[in-house]
Design a protein around this ligand. Structure first.
Ligand SMILES: [Zn+2]
Length: 478
């Protein structure tokens, strides 16, 4: 099968990609609103007007309703829903996870998805929840893998998704992904993670996603199944997730909940609406509360804010500023910060994927000290070869005539060759007063540089005596 996914731009593990389907090519990262075939809270045709380029629906629900089933088989899925862009279909695995049993055979529901012209069909896998016993995770994974292999044997015109399971066992996720990567799949959903997101366990989510990505390699398009909250998109995209689906816009609306990129608010507790979508411009919170169309209107706002965030994520990848957005979003909630801190532990993996040149680096919070650019310099600092007398300074107009080399000192990088000061990443914008993480990173890198050049005499002239003391202390220890 020709390559359906093309990567155009990269930032961290995230990317702008193009995914080709029978009903058109979409740019990723992309959010697919979930459409309930029984009740379209926002009609599918209007979803396109709101900026949705692709949607997802549940083939099992259509299959189990004789009227819908016949109509879908006659007219096809796109005319049934009134949406002419790409449509992905789920298989009933979610119903299986909730009810424990469903009334359809795996190949039967897969064939049905092909027959109604789904653009991306999903085989009926077993979504193993988090924290189950290893035995259960392994045995369910074995069943899923058998069904997936069976699915790839089928003749098909459309794209096929190969879901990655393995519960909260990173090694199982990685193994499952490695196994699927060589089979004939086009898209790789990471499944069974909704309970992690519902309970705000973002550090475990990072473990699961990064493990799956390591197994898959960087070229495969990944769908984070069930990720619909806009506050999560930057984090998920930074890990290399390309597709998201939102049932959240409708589910939260039914509960009177108002989505923002910083978290969820109860509409009844709001005095102002901090958004300029058509719904929020035309209504006060009180008017929305009283409106007979409250749920529909709230769903529209929720979807607006979600699609807007996806576009911002794309622009950030394009600009090379996804880390900045990631830091802002992850500082909205302590559990999101847990996710970012866990992602920092994977900095070596991120560094391997991240492109090396971008727009000016902004140091925004202690998390910036773990940016791939900082880690990369720290790892390579011992390649800098120096002789004779070397000045380390943070003053650009200092007298350096007696020195063989001049190094500028700037946290979080530490000492670096002065001639690189106008180039990326050393032209970074940093706070006047560096935080502890930036200082520790800077002193550490400077110590490595000194250790790599043992015969050299270093003179340290730093405006802040504190830094001089720190660097001298490290220097004397070597
Ligand atoms: Zn709004």
């Amino acid at each position: 099968m020709p390559d359906r996914f093309e990567i155009l731009h990269k930032d961290l593990a995230g990317r702008i990609g193009r995914l080709s389907t029978p009903h058109g090519t979409i740019e990723t990262p992309e959010l697919m609103p979930v459409v309930n075939p029984h009740l379209q809270l926002i009609p599918a045709g209007e979803l396109a007007e709101m900026g949705a380029n692709m949607i997802i629906t549940n083939s099992y629900i259509i299959h189990q309703d004789p009227a819908l089933r016949n109509e879908a088989l006659e007219k096809g899925l796109h005319d049934l829903l009134g949406f002419q862009g790409p449509i992905m279909t789920d298989s009933g695995a979610f119903q299986l996870s909730v009810y424990g049993d469903i009334e359809v055979q795996p190949l039967q529901i897969l064939d049905f998805q092909f027959r109604i012209n789904s653009d991306i069909a999903v085989p009926l896998d077993i979504p193993t929840p988090p924290d189950v016993s290893r035995e259960r995770a392994e045995s369910e994974l074995l069943v899923t893998e058998g069904r997936l292999e069976e699915a790839t044997d089928q003749n098909r015109p459309n794209l096929l998704a190969g879901p990655i399971q393995g519960s909260t066992y990173p090694d199982l996720r990685e193994r499952a992904a490695r196994h699927l990567k060589d089979l004939n799949f086009d898209v790789f959903p990471i499944g069974g993670v909704v309970p992690l997101m519902e309970s705000y366990r973002f550090e475990t989510l990072v473990d699961v996603v990064v493990s799956a990505k390591k197994g898959l390699g960087s070229g495969a398009p990944v769908h984070l199944f069930g990720a619909g909250h806009p506050m999560l998109f930057a984090l998920a995209a930074a890990m290399g997730c390309d597709l998201f689906d939102s049932a959240a816009y409708a589910l939260y609306a039914r509960q009177g909940r108002y989505l923002t990129v910083h978290g969820t608010r109860k509409l009844e507790e709001m005095n102002y609406l901090p958004c300029s979508c058509p719904v929020c411009l035309k209504h006060s919170p009180q008017e929305l509360m009283k409106s007979p169309d409250k749920t529909k209107l709230l769903a529209r706002h929720n979807l607006h804010v979600s699609l807007q965030e996806i576009r911002l994520v794309r622009q950030s990848i394009r600009d090379g500023t996804l880390w900045n957005l990631l830091e802002c979003r992850c500082r909205s909630h302590p559990r999101m910060l847990d996710g970012l801190i866990r992602l920092k532990c994977e900095s070596r993996w991120l560094e391997g994927l991240d492109t090396s040149s971008k727009s000016t680096l902004f140091y925004l919070s202690p998390e910036s000290a773990a940016r791939p650019e900082v880690m990369r310099y720290s790892r390579r600092v011992d390649r800098i070869s120096l002789q004779g007398n070397v000045l380390i300074t943070d003053e650009t107009n200092t007298d350096s005539t007696d020195f063989d080399h001049v190094l500028y000192f700037k946290p979080p990088f530490g000492a670096y060759p002065a001639e690189l000061s106008e180039t990326y990443p050393f032209n970074a914008e940093v706070p006047l007063e560096p935080d502890d993480d930036a200082q520790v990173a800077a002193v550490e890198a400077t110590r490595h540089l000194m250790e790599a050049n043992p015969g050299v005499h270093f003179a340290i002239r730093l405006k802040k005596s504190r830094w001089t003391e720190l660097v001298n202390a490290e220097c004397n220890m070597r």
